[in-house]
Ligand binder design. Structure first.
Ligand SMILES: [Cu+2]
Length: 416
């Protein structure tokens, strides 16, 4: 890959060349599928920048089909959002330059936003990490993208778009971390690492456990939480990110990085391994996790009246691309996401962060900025967000990619 940074006075530009092309993706020793990848690797190259940097990505499409890139979680200008509403697809042989400033620290990701169900399954995704000056310090860091592959009996990628997939989403039995089937991970004994998790799967939910040991959730989609949160599991649904402080463990231990049983409305899944964590020789720890991570001011009280109700059942069954009412820059939005369907739906808002005010009628334990939130079946979730001054065409959709493809989405305008 070629990534370079150029500094002119105190303004830095990170330039990245991304070539989307076909690849024999060897996801396990001796096992490969015909994948699509950025620069011949799944996941695509890790893009790293500091808050305030400009990122300039030249996308070259060497695929046999059109593509675009969505910068999931980055507060880009509308015309850089990579959706069909703001740019024509980049045809085979063509190039397109994405250019934007990264205003927020956190774990983000980039992925195709054209023929998503196939292009993400084939590997067109990568992580984008933005750092800030005074973040908590750790002994190490890992960026882990979770995914799965659905194969047929011959070991080829299963055909796309059968009836079941349309309804339930595509899930496969090959579980991947960073493009590899159930890989080994390592951590030095006695140390605490920052793990940046991304769920890049089409549909698979990951109720993550690390050998049942406690960890600390420090961040989610839009960066650090207000306060760290101790947990032994965290549900990561498609599109979501979480950052964990992991460790310390005793050297010689071996822990399963696995998904615990979860029922998203299609029956409870069994416990499923994604990776094995081996604890190596003891290292020196200098990790510091402060009791306050940053200040997040509530946008509205948790009991705020909704300004809009989004009926996910109606959205799911509308069956075509629809248009929602515009919102005005500076007008506070309180959206009630009502899910009367029999399945959970991870709701993704493009371009803006929201705060979750209530889940199932209850306020959340800690303030956070999100761009994707799971709305469990037969429940409602109340979110609040403020359209800042980036007018243009935006959208929201279910991040189960097959639901999105089926039309579980809406375009809307932010107007000034
Ligand atoms: Cu859905």
């Amino acid at each position: 890959m070629s990534t370079s940074t150029r500094r002119t006075s105190d303004v830095r530009t990170v330039t990245v060349e991304l070539d989307a092309r076909e690849l024999e993706w060897e996801f396990a020793r001796g096992q490969a599928i015909r994948g699509f990848a950025y620069n011949g690797q799944v996941p695509g190259p890790l893009i790293e920048a500091n808050v305030g940097d400009t990122i300039e990505v030249r996308l070259t499409n060497s695929l046999p089909q059109a593509t675009t890139i969505h910068w999931h979680g980055i507060r880009v200008p509308a015309e850089m959002d990579g959706t069909e509403a703001v740019q024509p697809p980049v045809e085979p042989g063509q190039t397109f330059v994405y250019r934007f400033v990264v205003p927020d620290a956190g774990t983000f990701w980039y992925h195709s936003h054209t023929n998503e169900t196939e292009q993400l399954e084939r590997g067109l995704y990568g992580a984008l990490v933005v750092r800030d000056a005074d973040e908590p310090s750790f002994d190490g860091e890992q960026v882990l993208l979770f995914d799965d592959l659905k194969l047929d009996l011959d070991g080829h990628l299963a055909p796309f778009g059968d009836e079941h997939e349309h309804h339930a989403g595509r899930e496969g039995d090959v579980r991947l971390v960073n493009g590899q089937q159930e890989p080994g991970l390592e951590i030095a004994g006695g140390t605490i690492e920052r793990w940046r998790l991304v769920n890049a799967a089409n549909s698979r939910f990951v109720r993550l456990s690390i050998g049942g040991r406690p960890f600390t959730i420090i961040a989610t989609d839009g960066g650090l939480l207000a306060e760290p949160l101790r947990a032994t599991e965290v549900l990561v649904t498609p599109g979501e990110r979480f950052e964990l402080a992991v460790g310390p463990f005793e050297d010689g231990e071996q822990l399963a990085v696995e998904a615990l049983p979860y029922d998203r409305g299609k029956g409870e899944t069994p416990c499923e391994t994604f990776a094995t964590l081996r604890v190596g020789p003891r290292g020196v720890s200098r990790a510091q996790i402060p009791s306050k991570l940053r200040e997040i001011k509530p946008l509205v009280p948790a009991s705020a009246e909704p300004t809009r109700t989004i009926d996910l059942k109606a959205l799911m069954h509308a069956g075509h691309h629809q248009r929602a009412d515009p919102v005005r820059v500076g007008d506070l939005q309180v959206w009630d996401l009502v899910n009367e369907t029999g399945q959970d739906h991870p709701f993704h808002l493009h371009g803006f962060f929201f705060q979750v005010l209530q889940e199932e009628g209850k306020p959340l334990p800690v303030l956070a900025w999100k761009d994707t939130v799971n709305v469990p079946r037969k429940t409602r979730t109340l979110i609040a967000w403020l359209p800042d001054d980036r007018p243009g065409e935006w959208m929201y959709h279910c991040h189960i990619l097959e639901h999105h493809a089926m039309g579980m989405m809406a375009h809307f305008a932010v107007i000034s």
